[in-house]
Design a protein around this ligand. Structure first.
Ligand code: FPP
Length: 248
C-alpha cells in the first residue's frame, strides 16, 4: 500500500480524550489567592471543555478530578475539594442532563463521603440514557488501585468457580476495571508542564498518544483543546504495526 493511502483511524480525531487537569494551585498562587480559588476556576473550565466535545467529534471525555494520592494534601484543601465536587454535581446536574451528557464516575467510592456518593449515584442514574457526550469523572481514582481492586474481584470469581484461570487473557482483566464500558483513551492530555502520568488510566492508555502542555488547567480553553484534537487527527497511528512501504 502506498504511504499516502489512508489507514483506518488516520486523519480521524480522538474518540476518547482523557485529561489530567493540573496547575490549579500554581494558577491561584500566581494571583496571590488560595489554592481553592484555582480549583474553582478549574471547575469552570470543565464546563467549557465538555461543551466543546460534540463539535470536535470527541464522544468520550475522562477527567482526573481527585487521585488516591490527593488525600495527602492539607485537610483544608481536601475538604474544600470535596465540597466543590458536591456543589458541582448539585449545580450542574440539570444542565448536564439537558445537554445530553452521560456522566459516570470511576475510582474507589468507599473512602468518599456518603452524601457525595449519593449525589454521584443520582447523577449517573439521571443521565444514564444520554449519549451525546460521555463524561467520566475520576474521583478517588488511582490506576494501580483500580487494577488491584479488579484483580481481587477476578480472583474471587476464580475461587468461586465462575472463571476458569486457564481462560484468563488480556481481554479478561479490563472487564473488571472501573472503565469496563468505556473505549480506551486515544489521547491523554496533561496540563501545567509536568510530563508524568501520575497513576492515571495505566492499563487503558497502553496505545494512547500523550500531550504534555505548559498551559495551567484554569487557562485551558476550548481553542487549546481544539488545537490538540486537530494535531491528533494529523497523526498516523500504527498500534505497533510496521510503517507502510512507499510504492514507487
Ligand atoms: C491539580 O492541580 C488539580 C486537582 C488535584 C484537582 C482537579 C479538580 C478540578 C479541576 C476541580 C473541578 C473538577 C470537577 C469535576 C468539578 P494542582 O492543585 O495539583 O495544581 P498545582 O500542581 O499547581 O499545585
Amino acid at each position: 500500500m502506498a504511504k499516502s493511502d489512508k489507514k483506518s483511524g488516520e486523519g480521524a480525531g480522538p474518540h476518547h480524550v482523557a485529561i489530567i487537569m493540573d496547575g490549579n494551585g500554581r494558577w491561584a498562587q500566581a494571583r496571590g489567592r488560595p489554592r481553592l480559588f484555582g480549583h474553582h476556576a478549574g471547575a469552570k473550565r470543565v464546563r467549557e471543555i465538555v461543551e466543546a466535545c460534540p463539535d470536535l467529534g470527541v464522544k468520550y471525555l475522562t477527567i482526573f478530578a481527585f487521585s488516591t494520592e490527593n488525600w495527602k494534601r492539607t485537610q483544608l484543601e481536601v475538604a474544600g475539594l470535596m465540597s466543590l465536587f458536591r456543589r458541582y454535581i448539585t449545580k450542574e446536574a440539570r444542565d448536564l442532563f439537558a445537554r445530553g451528557v452521560r456522566v459516570r464516575f470511576i475510582g474507589d467510592r468507599v473512602r468518599l463521603d456518603k452524601k457525595l456518593v449519593k449525589l454521584m449515584d443520582e447523577l449517573e442514574v439521571m443521565t444514564e440514557k444520554n449519549d451525546r457526550v460521555h463524561l467520566t469523572i475520576a474521583l478517588n481514582y488511582g490506576g494501580r488501585d483500580e487494577v488491584a481492586r479488579a484483580t481481587k474481584r477476578l480472583a474471587q470469581d476464580v475461587a468461586s468457580g465462575l472463571l476458569d484461570p486457564e481462560k484468563v487473557d488480556e481481554e479478561t482483566l479490563p472487564r473488571y476495571l472501573d472503565t469496563y464500558v468505556l473505549p480506551d483513551p486515544d489521547l491523554v492530555i496533561r496540563t501545567s508542564g509536568e510530563a508524568r502520568i501520575s497513576n492515571f488510566l495505566l492499563w487503558q492508555s497502553a496505545y494512547a498518544e500523550y500531550e504534555f502542555i505548559d498551559t495551567l488547567w484554569p487557562d485551558f480553553s476550548r481553542d487549546v483543546f481544539a488545537r490538540l484534537v486537530a494535531k491528533f487527527g494529523a497523526k498516523d497511528r500504527r498500534y505497533g504495526g510496521a510503517v507502510d512501504e512507499i510504492v514507487i
